[in-house]
Design a protein around this ligand. Structure first.
Ligand SMILES: *[C@@H]1O[C@H](CO)[C@@H](O)[C@H](O)[C@H]1NC(C)=O
Ligand SMILES: *[C@@H]1O[C@H](CO)[C@@H](O)[C@H](O)[C@H]1NC(C)=O
Ligand SMILES: *[C@@H]1O[C@H](CO)[C@@H](O)[C@H](O)[C@H]1NC(C)=O
Ligand SMILES: *[C@@H]1O[C@H](CO)[C@@H](O)[C@H](O)[C@H]1NC(C)=O
Ligand SMILES: *[C@@H]1O[C@H](CO)[C@@H](O)[C@H](O)[C@H]1NC(C)=O
Ligand SMILES: *[C@@H]1O[C@H](CO)[C@@H](O)[C@H](O)[C@H]1NC(C)=O
Length: 383
């Protein structure tokens, strides 16, 4: 015991020193160095280490080499007339390795003692969405046991902004991570067209750190997910996570959107006029650990495509696996069974698995209302 508390003292002193070192490194950075160089210099000068639960200190992993912009994309016919977002996408499409800024090495236990995580909630959340994360931690994404099964949570994120603003957000996020231990952050720019990259990085992390996870919920930070219903639903399936499962709001024969004003606009330069393979709406879907591994493996040979949920469908199709639809997952806002039905009716929510899209305040209220033991509901509209 004494040895451990002495160690802790040393650690506390070391981290104060580290903090000072970090500050010094930050102040003494040469003008004009890129964000990445700054990050690298900080890590190097601070000799950052990650400590595991047995006071075992592991060295931070070497940073992946910087991925250079592909300048030959400029020769694609019509490139100059594409939007800046799509030009950027094409220039960095080949990049798949980015440094991990915040890691969760023991989220699923240790290599010696893996924890039996039944449902891992993997929530896409940019650094600035602090309020959403805060409410989720108090509602459906709270880490807990339900029906004898562990629910664990990770928020997956990149970086917001650049320069000082980026540093500031990263520092805030690091504090949040220290407090809650539930953030995975990579050093890439958050953007709608980088969501597929985020998925791939995350699947790679699962492959390395959480291989034994049984099921995953992959979704947005503005959905209402009835995670208890999910656990019960998954327990009712004849699958312990080692067989294929990919289920959500099924979308079939969707075509790339050709309206240049849409957030989802895809020019012919990025995807020809073929329908996407079947996929599930990205607001939230459930998959088994097995299927996550298959998707990760097949993704290695499939070029990154900017629409992340459609990309998952492409990986599934490549592996000859089908996604499945579930009535209880509503990721499209207009997908409500009847006009008379109130989307915010707790009785409606009580029977669902997942509904898009909620403000943090509405989520909080709804979660408590759905769990109100005095809630009176009539005959189900869904059965
Ligand atoms: C970083 O830490 C490792 C292990 O404690 C040590 O071997 C190495 O010399 C350190 N590097 C620097 C630059 O301090
Ligand atoms: C530290 O970790 C290494 C590699 O996982 C292991 O071989 C070693 O026994 C650990 N040391 C302690 C003190 O736990
Ligand atoms: C760069 O872009 C060109 C044109 O699209 C493409 O043919 C080439 O494969 C890309 N290079 C890399 C490294 O992805
Ligand atoms: C990330 O985006 C910012 C603008 O938000 C830009 O200034 C910066 O150059 C981008 N970084 C990279 C590596 O593309
Ligand atoms: C994706 O992130 C990389 C790394 O920060 C950045 O260079 C690239 O511009 C981003 N792509 C898009 C489409 O924003
Ligand atoms: C994915 O590839 C890895 C490494 O080749 C392999 O160990 C694993 O079994 C594969 N996953 C599946 C589900 O086939």
């Amino acid at each position: 015991m004494r040895r451990i508390s002495r160690l802790r003292n040393i650690c506390a002193t070391t981290s104060t020193l580290l903090g000072i070192l970090l500050m010094l490194a930050y102040i003494s950075e040469p003008e004009g160095s890129t964000d990445r160089e700054k990050f690298f210099n900080r890590m190097k000068s601070a000799n950052v280490t990650i400590e595991d639960e047995d006071d075992n200190v592991t060295q931070i992993e070497p940073l992946p080499p910087k991925c250079e912009q592909n300048i030959t994309v400029a020769s694609i016919p019509g490139f100059q007339s594409l939007s800046p977002q799509i030009q950027t996408f094409l220039s960095y499409r080949h990049c798949r390795s980015f440094p991990l800024i915040l890691d969760l090495p023991h989220k699923c236990g240790t290599a010696q003692k893996p924890e039996d995580v039944f449902l891992l909630l993997v929530i896409k959340s940019p650094p600035k969405n602090y309020e959403q994360r805060e409410v989720l931690r108090k509602t459906w994404a709270k880490e807990r046991m339900h029906n004898g099964k562990w629910i664990r949570t990770v928020f997956i994120t990149g970086t917001d902004g650049s320069g000082f603003e980026k540093e500031r957000m990263n520092n805030l996020l690091a504090l949040e991570h220290k407090q809650y231990n539930d953030i995975l952050q990579w050093d890439f720019n958050e953007s709608f067209f980088n969501l597929t990259l985020k998925q791939i990085l995350f699947l790679e992390w699962i492959d390395r750190r959480c291989r034994h996870v049984r099921f995953l919920l992959n979704g947005d930070d503005d959905v209402f997910a009835h995670t208890e219903n999910m656990v019960e639903y998954l327990q009712s399936r004849d699958n312990d996570g080692s067989k294929h499962l990919f289920i959500g709001h099924l979308i079939k024969d969707a075509l790339p959107i050709r309206n240049p004003d849409s957030k989802y606009y895809i020019p012919p330069e990025v995807h020809e006029q073929n329908p996407y393979p079947p996929y599930c709406g990205g607001g939230g879907y459930l998959l088994s650990g097995y299927t996550a591994s298959v998707i990760y493996n097949t993704s290695k040979s499939i070029e990154i495509y900017p629409i992340d949920d459609a990309y998952m469908g492409m990986c599934l199709a490549e592996a000859n696996l089908q996604p499945e639809g579930h009535m209880g997952v509503k990721t499209l806002v207009w997908y409500i069974p009847s006009e008379k039905l109130d989307r915010h009716d707790p009785c409606y929510m009580k029977e669902l698995l997942l509904v898009h899209k909620f403000s943090p305040a509405n989520l909080y209220i709804m979660w408590h209302e759905v769990h109100n033991p005095n809630l009176e509901c009539g005959i189900s509209s869904l059965r």
